[in-house]
Design a binder for this molecule. Structure first.
Ligand code: 5GP
Ligand code: ZN
Length: 116
């Protein structure tokens, strides 16, 4: 996707602070962190959102690759013991602003018991 910000980050056309990378997955620091740890985890392949992604075999495979990488990403940001919140905003009304599926990995402070 030529004009997708996250595809540009995957291609190295926009700089990012990378935390983890493999053939299928990239994790990098969010530009506007909401907690001491705020990392975005994305598939390297472009899917517009989680709903679209989970409707195809290719997308399900890419989701599996993200979950495969998750323990290592969590270890790299030091949240193994503390725990974390993993968030996906799917669609504009859920607050999705970048239309390339991504998970927010958030932690490093007490996040409370409420989602909102
Ligand atoms: P959404 O609102 O779509 O769930 O989350 C998009 C996230 O991407 C936001 O938290 C925003 O700060 C982050 N973001 C937007 N543009 C960039 C960018 O160019 N680089 C990085 N590292 N994060 C970005
Ligand atoms: Zn993209």
């Amino acid at each position: 996707m030529d004009n997708c910000i996250f595809c540009k980050i995957v291609r190295g056309e926009i700089p990012s602070t990378k935390i983890y990378e493999d053939d299928n997955v990239l994790a990098f620091k969010d530009l506007h962190p909401v907690s001491p740890v705020h990392v975005l985890i994305i598939p390297k392949i472009h899917f517009a959102n989680l709903h679209v992604m989970s409707a195809s075999e290719e997308g399900l495979k890419a989701l599996g690759e993200i979950y495969r990488a998750l323990p290592e990403i969590v270890r790299l940001v030091g949240l193994e013991e503390k725990g974390f919140r993993l968030i996906n905003n799917c669609g504009a009304s859920a607050g999705q602003s970048v239309m390339h599926t991504h998970f927010h990995l958030i932690g490093g402070r007490s996040l409370g018991t409420r989602i909102l």
